[in-house]
Design a protein around this ligand. Structure first.
Ligand code: FAD
Length: 490
């Protein structure tokens, strides 16, 4: 049954409450009331808000921002945005939503690409204020951070102690809660798994509004339902992260290839023998616009890297090798300059109908090759194509689905296209679906951060053997099913 307020009610909300302090909620009209309106309502139909340390925002600008994300494709307007002043605020408002049948979703940096953190007619919970970091435990080699902390800030704090989280996404300005809800994959994953494999404890607010600590030894079902759980059972409010000793400098290698099979085989060799600390790769168009150029990106964390030993047995084009020594943080933060340039050029505000697939290694040449053959530079725009392998034996969280192959390859076609050209966006979304179906038919799946049209039946197949546990955790921890409708799973 729909819980959505009418469009008229939503417009009324925005108009009356813009800039005013919200003091009550009308559960029948599904509107918030500002102080002035509330004074007129002596009929007792208004429900008082819980005490909040932070703010409940209903102004147009806040609602508009929460109705958008990095994809700029899907727009669902909430009725309010919580900017919490404390974890208690999250508890109070999730309970409130639970009681009144309002949907709710946490939002970190809003870098999903298809409305994952949006809530039509419900509550968006900003996690950015929950950004406390530390203290860093040099002995325990852990740090506890607020879910809204960005990985860039977490890393700066831990590096002050010579320690680092072991796995990074390519872009550091994502929230800890946001990446832990999807998985968090990067070039270090063949050594350390995903970011979700490097969490020792979580503090969460369940969909029923209970504040719970969970870990592998405490409420394990909840711990496993939250990590890579796409927000379906609880809001992460803090996470305790495993740390390792940080290198100070790294050597970065770019190795060109002209043949997909050779590129994939060398990548597989490197993630299997583990000689590099980081392995990724890109596919680039040739002079004719065909995606037939391959660049293997590898990084050595060794203090004194031996180029000859590190490159032994590889089949790249030796003439085009590039190496560079970088400070460790500069390497992790390597996208910062290009993101600044994209923002300056207005391209960050373009639509991002991203395609993120996990293709079985055995079929990677055939499936990725087919998808790349169909790709044109125009349909990629100023985005990039990433292609690199993971090791399944390092991935231990049940909800991060990768298929059965021991070496799944992540193929990320990071399309960037003008948002106003909706016909092109729709065509690219349809192309994403076609590519996904080829991947699924080969035993692969999607990495759910992109924009693939996906229905409830698809999600059941996606979660496969993990579906019964996820569904049970949802019934237990979010019995009214209020959390994160934007994923479209339940
Ligand atoms: C430029 C860029 C580079 C990227 N690179 C990588 C990469 O290298 N590797 C990789 O794995 N991913 C990568 N991603 C994808 C990224 O990890 C996900 O989109 C991630 O969810 C974004 O984090 P966020 O803080 O913006 O989350 P949001 O977009 O705010 O939220 C994403 C989802 O998580 C839920 N959520 C957010 N916070 C919480 C919380 N505290 N508790 C429970 N659920 C929550 C939301 O409701 C929503 O459903 C990249 C994305 C971008 C835009």
């Amino acid at each position: 049954m729909s819980q959505l307020p009418s469009r008229r009610a939503m417009l009324r909300t925005a108009a009356t409450a813009a800039g005013a302090v919200v003091v009550g909620f009308d559960p029948i009209g599904r509107t918030w009331a500002a102080a002035a309106t509330a004074a007129d309502r002596a009929d007792g139909t208004l429900v008082g808000l819980p005490h909040l340390d932070g703010t409940l925002l209903t102004d147009d600008a806040s609602l508009g921002a929460a109705a958008d994300d990095f994809g700029h494709i899907v727009h669902r307007t909430p009725v309010a945005v919580l900017r919490p002043g404390s974890v208690d605020d999250v508890v109070a408002m999730v309970r409130f939503c639970n009681r009144h049948g309002l949907k709710a979703a946490p939002r970190g940096q809003g870098h999903g690409t298809s409305g994952q953190a949006q809530v039509d007619g419900g509550l968006v919970v900003e996690t950015t204020p929950l950004a406390r970091i530390g203290p860093v435990g040099p002995r325990s080699r852990t740090v506890t951070v607020g879910a809204g902390a960005k990985w860039s800030d977490v890393t700066r704090a831990t590096l002050a102690h010579g320690l680092t989280p072991p796995v990074f996404t390519d872009y550091l300005e994502l929230s800890v809660g946001g990446t832990l809800s999807v998985g968090g994959l990067g070039g270090q994953s063949h050594h350390h798994g995903a970011q979700v494999d490097n969490v020792t404890e979580l503090q969460v607010v369940t969909g029923a509004g209970e504040l719970v600590r969970c870990s592998p030894s405490r409420h394990r079902d909840l711990f496993e339902a939250v990590l890579a759980g796409l927000g379906q059972c609880a809001v992460i409010v803090s996470a305790t992260l495993r740390l390792v000793k940080a290198p100070t400098t790294v050597r970065h290698y770019l190795l060109p290839y002209h043949d997909l099979g050779t590129f994939l085989a060398d990548q597989r060799l490197l993630v299997t023998d583990g000689r590099f600390g980081y392995v990724e790769g890109q596919v680039v168009p040739d002079a004719d616009g065909a995606f037939r150029g391959y660049v293997l990106e590898a990084v050595s964390y060794d203090a004194a890297p031996d180029d000859a030993a590190l490159l032994a047995g590889l089949h790249h084009d030796a003439a085009g090798v590039q190496t560079e020594d970088l400070g460790y943080f500069d390497f992790l933060d390597r996208l910062a300059a290009s993101v600044a340039a994209l923002k300056a050029a207005g391209l960050w505000d373009f639509a991002h109908p991203w395609l993120n697939l996990l293709i079985p290694g055995e079929k990677a040449a055939e499936v990725a090759g087919g998808i790349l053959d169909a790709l044109t530079p125009a349909d990629l725009g100023p985005g990039v194509v990433l292609l690199y392998p993971l090791l399944r034996e390092r991935l231990h969280r049940p909800l991060l689905r990768t298929g059965q192959d021991p070496v799944p390859y992540l193929l990320a076609v990071l399309r960037t296209t003008p948002p106003q050209d909706t016909a092109t966006v729709d065509r690219l979304l349809a192309a994403n679906r076609t590519a996904f179906e080829a991947t699924r038919a080969a035993g692969g799946t999607q990495y759910p951060v992109g924009s693939i049209p996906f229905g409830r039946a698809d999600w059941r197949v996606h979660f496969g053997s993990a579906w019964p546990a996820l569904a049970a955790a949802r019934r237990r921890y979010d019995p009214r099913g209020i959390l994160v409708p934007g994923q479209g799973i339940f």
